[in-house]
Design a protein around this ligand. Structure first.
Ligand code: NAP
Length: 478
């Protein structure tokens, strides 16, 4: 009998898992999705200018290549449409429960099954696959007076489209990848934009290109499409990854970013404020060609004075009041919380939140000791700063599919603590060679400074390590 599988989340990860189960003829799965439709981050992030800085010919499933991308870096609507198309094409919709948030999942040792609870009640599943991602809980800063603001305010991932920015004064707090994408179109519409920058970011150009109908027709040739995908992958791996690990391209990446800054910001005083003082890649490098020109506009100010509080009229800084009609919090996500706020309980009443109090961790980023038959997609230490997350998700889905045949014969499987210890040691060793640990704060690390989000190795190594499950790493119930 095929195992019953609960998948939490219908973004890139959850849909990939569902497709592979469907293709294997394992139809006893349910995808729980708290939002009103599929798409995950691509459904949530509808801010103006939203898009991906990894070319979509790579940022898409390897088994569902798509020739119709209209440009190298398509916008959010195209990526969302791709995911919706996948949900339809692979017949996933009957298995997806929308507007259904999983509030808890508890492993029942007597039954050897998971009790998955939603607002509509509790259901039993053999396996739980978390596909909630790392960037799904918006982070709002804890600034005094936020509720006193007299205008409209919202987070970048909860864009309020009812607010017309035309002719308004807009304050954007934060200057990460989301801010970099939304500031240029906001500046086009608004009367004035204040960008509140706490730390400058390294920015490199985005070599975008429109694909004319002839190019799209050419991409229908599987060979060409495969070659282009492979080229993007190899470039990211051979050049960008090397720069994140102190390799040959580190200086090159820094030079590219500085050249970009010099070319696009003529004012030396602004340029100085936009120049980071930490190693390139320590924080996520922004890939964008429209951000700096927007910051250089006369109606845009980069404010580096410390924010003291929010007041009804706007943002009060150490240098005085900056009036605003609208505040956009482009302040990122609670990235190190992982499955939170879902209450996950494993064997002997162990709570995942407690197990992870010093930082989330999982064997291969997929399995956690004491939590049998719980598998994670895009889990701890599987984020990338240089390549496509979809690649990592596909590796993880293949691994989980490889685990399922064991369950029928040998019952629930649980990764051994020794396997986890050895995994942790190798991660720590590899992490030492990366640029992420020292010199900056970033969403890759928890409050204690431990890098809980990123994969420190090359992605072909991750593919190799996750090719097939190693039974010796697991304890089986039978
Ligand atoms: P982010 O990179 O975490 O940036 C958050 C920004 O808010 C930072 O500038 C941060 O400043 C600032 N901030 C946070 N709390 C603050 C406070 N209390 N006071 C003042 N400033 C504060 O978040 P994001 O821009 O949403 O991007 C998150 C990730 O999503 C990206 O790194 C990327 O992986 C992904 N993303 C990707 C794309 C894409 O094209 N693929 C687009 C958007 C997002 P500090 O730097 O000083 O902390």
């Amino acid at each position: 009998m095929s195992p019953t599988v609960a998948i939490i989340g219908a973004g890139f990860g959850g849909l990939c898992m569902a497709i592979r189960l469907q293709q294997a003829g394992l139809r006893s799965y349910t995808v729980f999705e708290k939002g009103h439709d599929v798409g995950g981050t691509w459904r949530d992030n509808t801010y103006p200018g939203a898009g991906c800085d990894i070319p979509s010919h790579l940022y898409s499933y390897s088994f569902e290549r798509y020739s119709s991308w209209t440009r190298r870096y398509p916008g959010q609507p195209e990526i969302l449409a791709y995911l919706e198309m996948c949900a339809d094409k692979y017949g996933l919709r009957p298995h997806i429960r929308l507007d259904t948030e999983v509030v808890s999942a508890a492993f029942d040792e007597a039954l050897g099954k998971w009790r998955v609870r939603t607002a509509s009640g509790e259901e039993l599943f053999d396996v739980v696959v978390s596909a909630v991602g790392q960037l799904n809980q918006p982070h709002l800063p804890d600034l005094p007076g936020m509720s006193s603001f007299a205008g409209r305010s919202f987070h970048s991932a909860r864009w309020d489209h009812s607010v017309d920015l035309t002719g308004r004064r807009v304050a954007v707090i934060g200057n990460g990848s989301s801010a970099a994408q939304l500031i240029p179109p906001v500046a086009e519409a608004a009367a004035h934009v204040d960008v509140f920058q706490r730390t400058p970011n390294w920015v490199i150009p985005k070599p975008d290109a429109v694909f004319a109908p002839a190019a799209r027709a050419a991409f229908r040739l599987p060979l060409l499409q495969r070659a282009y995908r492979e080229w993007i992958y190899r470039y990211a791996e051979g050049t960008l990854y090397r720069a994140l690990t102190g390799g040959w391209s580190t200086g090159l990446l820094r030079k590219r970013a500085l050249d970009h800054l010099h070319a696009q910001i003529p004012d030396p005083e602004l340029r100085a404020r936009l120049t980071p003082d930490y190693p390139v890649g320590c924080k996520r490098v922004i890939i964008d060609s429209r951000f700096y020109p927007a910051l250089a506009r006369p109606d845009v100010d980069v404010v580096t004075d410390r924010i003291a509080r929010i007041v009804p009229e706007g943002v009060e800084t150490s240098a005085g009041l900056r009036e605003a009609d609208v505040i956009v919090y482009a302040t990122g996500f609670r990235s190190t919380d992982f499955l939170s706020p879902i209450e996950v309980t494993g064997r002997q009443g162990r709570r995942l939140g407690d197990e992870w109090k010093d930082g989330a961790e999982a064997y291969l980023g997929i399995a956690v000791p004491h939590f049998p038959n719980l598998f994670l997609l895009y889990g701890p230490n599987t984020n990338l700063g240089h390549n496509s997350i979809v690649f990592m998700i596909e590796c993880q889905v293949r691994y989980i599919m490889g685990c399922l045949p064991y369950l029928a014969d040998r019952g629930p499987m649980e990764v051994r603590p020794e396997a986890m210890d050895s995994w942790r040691r190798s991660l720590e060793r590899a992490m030492g060679g990366t640029v992420w640990q020292a010199g900056c704060t970033s969403w890759y690390k928890n409050a204690a400074g431990r890098v809980t989000n990123n994969w420190p190795g090359p992605t072909p190594l991750y593919r190799r390590l996750t090719r097939t499950p190693r039974p010796a790493a697991f304890h089986f119930a039978r």
